[in-house]
Design a protein around this ligand. Structure first.
Ligand code: ATP
Ligand code: MG
Length: 259
């Protein structure tokens, strides 16, 4: 059965999209069937995967606004063997359009139900906010992966995110689906400065065994790869960034598929 993992942190620029794209591509390398869902109006994951937004008939906004069939929204990227539900900027209208809809928090969950078993992992790249779209993602998700940048103020806003997760866990407690914390991922570590290591120690003290052993270093190839419309795992497979995302995928699979 497909596992839905939301990549979420309402703090901007912490590596959510980079993690979504590279975790998805690394899981595919491990032989997993993966669908990446872009529900950020910035559409960065869609762009970073080289999908041309102007050619798209449908996007993730149609799932929310026009009840388009999910199968029609999915785009297959042959050279990555990846399925993607792409985003366009029209997602920014969703919150306002759905304000009076009683079912507004469950739209993504209901939509993904029809396709999730065709995949081993469905990865959702969330926007940097805790609004309706993120709530939809967390309700649709089995687990949440929280990227935290190894920089000053890393913990900022995490309490709010944890409160939201707890709220959704309570809401879900009588349903078949639970929401667990998949793990906290330390990203963009600058190995030359002390501050990153101080943050690691602070995060580990707080989250303990919930912190992934894999730490993602700051690596220029990671940033450059997205401008070529490729995951770093494809653009520069042997770079430090690529190797660390492949390790993350292995760690996640081991955590989930222990016999
Ligand atoms: N390991 C890394 N090394 C170098 N640059 C990185 C790394 N991870 C991410 N970046 C760069 O940092 C910036 C922010 O990353 P990203 O877009 O993944 O964050 P985000 O959390 O998705 O942002 P937003 O909140 O705006 O959606 C991007 O320019 C990305 O290329
Ligand atoms: Mg992003």
């Amino acid at each position: 059965m497909g596992k839905v993992v939301a990549i979420s942190n309402q703090k901007g620029g912490v590596g959510k999209t980079t993690t979504s794209v590279n975790l998805a591509s690394s899981l595919i390398e491990l032989g997993k069937r993966v669908c990446l869902v872009d529900i950020d109006y910035q559409a960065n994951a869609t762009t970073n995967l080289g999908v041309n937004r102007s050619n798209l008939k449908y996007s993730s906004a149609d799932i929310f606004m026009t009840q388009a069939a999910v199968k029609d929204v999915i785009v297959h990227i042959p050279h990555l063997s990846m399925d993607v539900i792409p985003a366009k900027f029209d997602l920014s209208n969703v919150e306002e359009a759905l304000i009076a809809d009683d079912n507004k928090n469950f739209i993504l969950s209901n939509a993904l139900e029809s396709v999730k078993d065709e995949y081993d992992y469905v990865i959702i790249d969330c926007p940097p906010s805790l609004g309706l779209i993120t709530t939809n993602a967390l309700i649709a998700a089995d687990s949440v992966l929280i990227p935290v940048q190894c920089e000053f103020l890393a913990m900022d806003g995490l309490t709010q995110l944890l409160n939201t997760i707890r709220y959704i866990q309570n809401k879900k407690q009588y349903s078949a689906k639970k929401l667990v914390i998949e793990g906290v991922l330390l990203t963009m570590l600058d190995t030359r400065s002390n501050i990153g290591y101080e943050i690691i120690s602070e995060i580990k003290t707080y989250f303990r065994e919930k912190v992934f052993k894999t730490i993602i270093p700051r690596n220029v190839k990671v940033a450059v790869s997205s401008s070529y419309g490729l995951p770093v795992t494809e653009f520069s497979p042997r770079s430090k960034g690529s190797v660390s995302y492949k390790n993350l995928a292995k760690e996640l699979v081991e955590n989930n598929e222990q016999i």
